[in-house]
Design a protein around this ligand. Structure first.
Ligand code: NDP
Length: 246
């Protein structure tokens, strides 16, 4: 895959799935702008991207903070002049049974996972419209389709991403901008590292391919959707879950 001369903004690329997506794109020739919260993680990601030979700008920006996002995109455009690819990956969980779920837990997860996507997309979209080209991929989740006990906030935020993706795809298609989602199942990252052995066994029993996914599995799907091979695909969700849900 050759995406040379492209520029991508990947949110939440300090570690986990976002970091692997950024590295895959960098290997395909893409210069990378990314956000996360913790400089310790971003320094490492930035060094790995630069070691591939690509330019990289890293920002400690909370995607839920619209003003900070606008400022970041302005600064990034001053340097890189354009953003061709947007991967809305940043996401958090704050799990609790619904009866115990606090208003703050609901608000925080919706603010980051759903309003974050609104904020970042809004900040980059004018440039994509002007250049008549853009590739947007939103990272949702299997639980946005199946639901999950203890994750009413998280699964609601992820289900919302489907509506966002489909509507935006219809609005922007005539500007040669595609908008798709990738829905990972259970992927080995820090987010899933706190699962107990019992929880992991229960999940594995539901996965036809019999194993958790890797961050590379998700990044491969994203790389496909932003490539020319996917030029005629928009408004869809690519499920990456070992057959757990289709
Ligand atoms: P991780 O927790 O491993 O990494 C999340 C990344 O997002 C980190 O770099 C983190 O920053 C960054 N981040 C979190 N909140 C914000 C914020 N408000 N603003 C900017 N950056 C932020 O998560 P995963 O890699 O596992 O998950 C990535 C995406 O994939 C999420 O949207 C998640 O919901 C989704 N997903 C994951 C699955 C899994 O099994 N792991 C399954 C289905 C979906 P920092 O580095 O500073 O902590």
């Amino acid at each position: 895959m050759n995406l040379e001369n492209h520029v991508a903004l990947v949110t939440g690329a300090g570690r986990g799935i976002g970091k692997t997506i950024a590295l895959h794109l960098a290997k395909a020739g893409v210069d990378i702008i990314f956000t996360n919260r913790n400089k310790k993680f971003s320094d490492q990601t930035q060094a790995e991207i630069e070691a591939i030979g690509r330019q990289c700008l890293a920002f400690q920006v909370d995607v839920a903070d619209a003003d900070a996002v606008n400022e970041m995109v302005k600064m990034a455009l001053d340097d890189f002049k354009k953003i061709d690819i947007l991967v809305n990956n940043a996401g958090i969980t704050q799990d609790n049974l619904f009866l115990r779920m606090k208003q703050e837990e609901w608000n925080k997860v919706l603010d980051v996972n759903l309003s974050g996507i609104f904020n970042v997309t809004k900040a980059v979209i004018k440039g994509m419209i002007r250049q008549r080209y853009g590739r947007i991929v939103n990272i949702t989740s299997i639980v946005g389709f199946t639901g999950n006990p203890g994750q009413v906030n998280y699964s609601t935020s992820k289900a919302g991403i489907s509506g966002f993706t489909k509507s935006l795809a219809r609005e922007l298609a005539n500007r040669n901008i595609t908008c798709n989602s990738v829905a990972p199942g259970f992927i080995e990252t820090d987010m899933t590292s706190e699962m107990t052995k019992e929880q992991i066994s229960a999940v594995l029993a539901q996965i036809p391919l019999g194993k958790m996914g890797s961050t590379d599995d998700v990044a491969n799907a994203v790389s496909f959707l932003v490539s020319d091979q996917a030029n005629y695909i928009t408004g869809t969700t690519l499920h990456v879950n070992g057959g757990m849900y289709c």
